[in-house]
Design a protein around this ligand. Structure first.
Ligand code: PMP
Length: 362
C-alpha cells in the first residue's frame, strides 16, 4: 500500500458532514423493492424526452456553455429575460455557483456567514463549508417550518447569503408568500436571499410563496429550480437559478463551464415543451401524497404539512428502528438519526406498503 506523503486536505474537510445519498432497499424475497429515500420521481421521463435524446450523437463536441436554447425555452416558460437565467449541474450545481460568487472567506481571513433553517437540505452545510463560509443554522419550528423571526435576528454584518428552502426538505411545509416577502423586506438589501424551490411543482398550498414573483420585485433574490423532481430528470443533472443582472453578472463568472451536457439540455427543453404531460404526472403524485397524509393522520401520526414529494415522520429516538423495519419490507427511507424519517411519495404500491408499515408500527 502506498500513501502520498505530506498531502493534507483543507482542515474544513474534516469538519464537514458526509453527504449520505439515499440507497435502494436490500432485496426481500417475494417483495418488489421501492426506493423512497431520495425524493426521486418514480416515473421515467416522458416518452418525448426519451425519444429526443435517443437520437443524439455529437458527443465529441462540448455543449453550449451558456445553455442558450434551454435558457430561451425557460425564458418563455417563466416569462423572464433569458439573461436572468444561469444553468448548472442540477440545482445543487447552481447553488454552488451562487455560494462561489457571494460567500466564502473574506480578505480579512474571516468567514462570511450563510444562514439557513435546520434541519433542511443536507447538502447545505457541505456546500457552505466548501465555499469557505460559515453556516448559521436556525432550528425549524415544531411543525417543521422556518423560524423566520429567528433567522432575521441572526443576520450580522458578516451575513452574505440566506437560504430559504420551500417546501423544506425534509420537513415538508412551504413558506407563505406573505411571510417570505416580509422576511425579504426585513433583511438588508445587500444580503443575497436564495429561494430553493426544488419541489415547487408539487406545492398546492394556496398561500404558498412563488419565488419568481419575489425575484421580480427584489434584486437580491435568487430562485433555484430543478429538472430532477417534477420532470424526472435527476440522473441528467440540470437545474438553474433566476435572478437580476446585478447578481447574474457574478454568477456567470462563478459558473462551472459546460456544467450542463447536450443530453441534459435537450431533455430539459423537450420536457418543458411537453409540460402538460409533466403536470399530469405531478398531479398523480400529489394525489398519492394526499392519500398518504390522510392515512397517516387517520392512524394518529402528527405529520407536518407536506408540500413536496415526501412526508416527514419526526420519530426522534425511534428513527433508526423505524428505518430498519421499513427495510424488512423492501422499502428504503431516509433516516436522520435521532430526528426523523423522510419518505418519498413513490409508486401507489410503495405508498400503500408504507402506510401499512405505519399502521403496524403504531
Ligand atoms: N434543493 C433541495 C431542497 C433538494 O431537496 C435537492 C435534491 N434532493 C436539491 C436542491 C438538489 O437537487 P438537484 O441538484 O438534483 O437539482
Amino acid at each position: 500500500e502506498t500513501r502520498a506523503g505530506g498531502i493534507a486536505p483543507r482542515p474544513v474537510l474534516d469538519r464537514l458532514p458526509r453527504y449520505a445519498a439515499g440507497k435502494p432497499p436490500a432485496a426481500v424475497s417475494g417483495l418488489a423493492s421501492y426506493k423512497l429515500s431520495s425524493n426521486e420521481n418514480p416515473l421515467p421521463p416522458i416518452p418525448a424526452v426519451l425519444d429526443a435524446i435517443a437520437g443524439q450523437k455529437d458527443f465529441n463536441r462540448y455543449p453550449d456553455p451558456l445553455s442558450s436554447k434551454l435558457r430561451a425555452t425557460l425564458a418563455e416558460f417563466l416569462d423572464v429575460p433569458a439573461e436572468d437565467i444561469v444553468t448548472g449541474a442540477g440545482s445543487l450545481g447552481a447553488l454552488n455557483q451562487i455560494l462561489a460568487a457571494f460567500a466564502g472567506q473574506n480578505d480579512d481571513g474571516k468567514a462570511d456567514e450563510v444562514i439557513y433553517a435546520w434541519r433542511s437540505f443536507e447538502a447545505y452545510p457541505i456546500s457552505v463549508g466548501l465555499a469557505g463560509a460559515q453556516s448559521v443554522q436556525i432550528p425549524v419550528t415544531g411543525d417543521g417550518r422556518h423560524d423566520l423571526a429567528a433567522m432575521a435576528a441572526a443576520v450580522s454584518a458578516r451575513t452574505k447569503v440566506i437560504l430559504l428552502c420551500t417546501p423544506n426538505n425534509p420537513t415538508g411545509p412551504a413558506l407563505t408568500a406573505a411571510e417570505a416577502e416580509a422576511f425579504i423586506r426585513s433583511v438588508p438589501a445587500d444580503v443575497v436571499v436564495v429561494i430553493d424551490e426544488a419541489y415547487q411543482e408539487f406545492v398546492r398550498a394556496e398561500d404558498a410563496v412563488d419565488g419568481i414573483a419575489l425575484y421580480r420585485k427584489y434584486p437580491n433574490v435568487v430562485v433555484l429550480r430543478t429538472f430532477s423532481k417534477a420532470h424526472g430528470l435527476a440522473g441528467l443533472r440540470v437545474g438553474y437559478s433566476v435572478s437580476h443582472p446585478e447578481l447574474t453578472q457574478y454568477l456567470r463568472v462563478a459558473a462551472t463551464p459546460f456544467a450542463v451536457s447536450q443530453i441534459a439540455e435537450k431533455a430539459a427543453i423537450v420536457s418543458l415543451e411537453n409540460y402538460p404531460q409533466v403536470v399530469e404526472r405531478v398531479q398523480k403524485l400529489v394525489d398519492e401524497r394526499t392519500q398518504v397524509m390522510a392515512g397517516l393522520r387517520e392512524l394518529g401520526w402528527a405529520v407536518p404539512d407536506a408540500q413536496g414529494n415526501f412526508v416527514w415522520l419526526a420519530l426522534g429516538a425511534e428513527t433508526t428502528a423505524f428505518a430498519e423495519l421499513a427495510g424488512t419490507r423492501a422499502l428504503s427511507v431516509r433516516a436522520f438519526a435521532g430526528e426523523g424519517v423522510r419518505v418519498s411519495i413513490g409508486e401507489p404500491e410503495a405508498n400503500s406498503r408504507f402506510l401499512q408499515l405505519c399502521a403496524d408500527y403504531t
